[in-house]
Unconditional design. Structure first.
Length: 321
């Protein structure tokens, strides 16, 4: 995960400006804004390293370049532009219109729930089930690595490839697995961590994630099969590296979210013929469970409750009538 120290070094004055004008913001969200502002700058420059004031945001050349982007980039970059304008204390009705237009079109597209051309090109034949098959195939390739008594970083990385696919085949998180620690953090810290509870198994506690502001702390009980895999993997991890994060890069340091995204694309390309990351995995999972989700939505609408409130109205049967 990007740290403020790294962002300060990479983005310099822009980091200070965006942080100062963003109020309470997570480190990950701050990184996303900075990265997209830099990508926006690169549309009309030979570099993504921003220099000078923010007047480049107001130039017609940039607006013209923006207008030729696909909808997803328009949505991301228009938000970045507004953040950039605020950081430089500038205003632009042109960018306000573009943000509003991109958001409206994106919401309409999502509401139709149709597979996009980009998704269609990457959609695996067996949908979400394909990930389970990919994990199984990856496991067959690393039998020797599992059997070795003294495992090296190279062995760990090979085993980790299987673990990543296996975890996502049961638990379609965003890229939050890259932010997970394998030990309980100090009380009061907003860190994500895995913990093996007695008689319960592995539990994933998420405190810092995209919708944490609205959902608060979330605890996910890891399914039995990946829980068994973690019981084998975590001791190997601790014997090879010094950090306390779940995932590792080729240098033996914690794997970043960007690194995890690239690795997912590489592994899915290898086993399924098309590379994709967590975004499509979540779409595949939701599509696999479409009937359950639609029924839950119908119940929520009729009860006038959220899913959590509707659940509170249910009663577990005691076997008595």
């Amino acid at each position: 995960m990007a740290t403020e120290e790294k962002m300060k070094k990479k983005y310099g004055a822009l980091f200070e400006r965006v942080k100062k004008t963003s109020g309470k913001i997570s480190t990950q969200s701050l990184y996303v804004y900075l990265r997209n502002i830099s990508r926006l700058y690169a549309l009309t420059h030979d570099t993504d390293v921003i220099s000078g004031d923010g007047k480049w945001l107001l130039k017609k050349e940039l607006l013209d370049k923006f207008d030729n982007l696909d909808l997803n980039k328009k949505r991301l970059f228009s938000v970045a532009a507004i953040k950039g304008l605020k950081a430089y204390k500038l205003q632009s009705e042109e960018w306000n219109k573009r943000l509003s237009g991109a958001s409206e079109k994106y919401d309409k597209m999502r509401a139709k729930r149709k597979i996009t051309s980009k998704e269609s090109a990457r959609w695996p034949k067996s949908g979400y089930k394909s990930l389970r098959k990919a994990a199984k195939d990856e496991k067959l390739e690393i039998k020797k690595n599992f059997k070795k008594t003294d495992k090296t970083l190279k062995d760990l990385l090979k085993i980790q490839n299987y673990i990543i696919l296996f975890l996502y085949s049961y638990h379609p998180l965003r890229l939050d697995f890259a932010d997970v620690h394998v030990k309980k953090p100090e009380k009061g810290t907003k860190l994500n961590y895995l913990y093996k509870a007695p008689r319960i198994g592995w539990q994933l506690t998420l405190r810092s994630y995209k919708t944490a502001k609205f959902r608060g702390e979330t605890v996910i009980k890891i399914d039995r099969a990946p829980s068994r895999a973690l019981s084998i993997f975590v001791p190997i991890l601790k014997s090879v590296v010094e950090h306390d994060k779940l995932l590792t890069n080729a240098a033996g340091k914690p794997l970043s979210r960007n690194g995890l995204s690239k690795l997912l694309k590489k592994l899915t390309k290898k086993h399924l013929g098309t590379g994709f990351s967590a975004g499509l995995i979540r779409v595949l999972y939701s599509t696999e469970n479409i009937e359950t989700i639609e029924k839950a939505k119908k119940i929520q609408d009729e009860m006038g409750h959220s899913a959590k409130q509707s659940l509170a109205y249910t009663r577990k049967s005691s076997g008595k009538r």
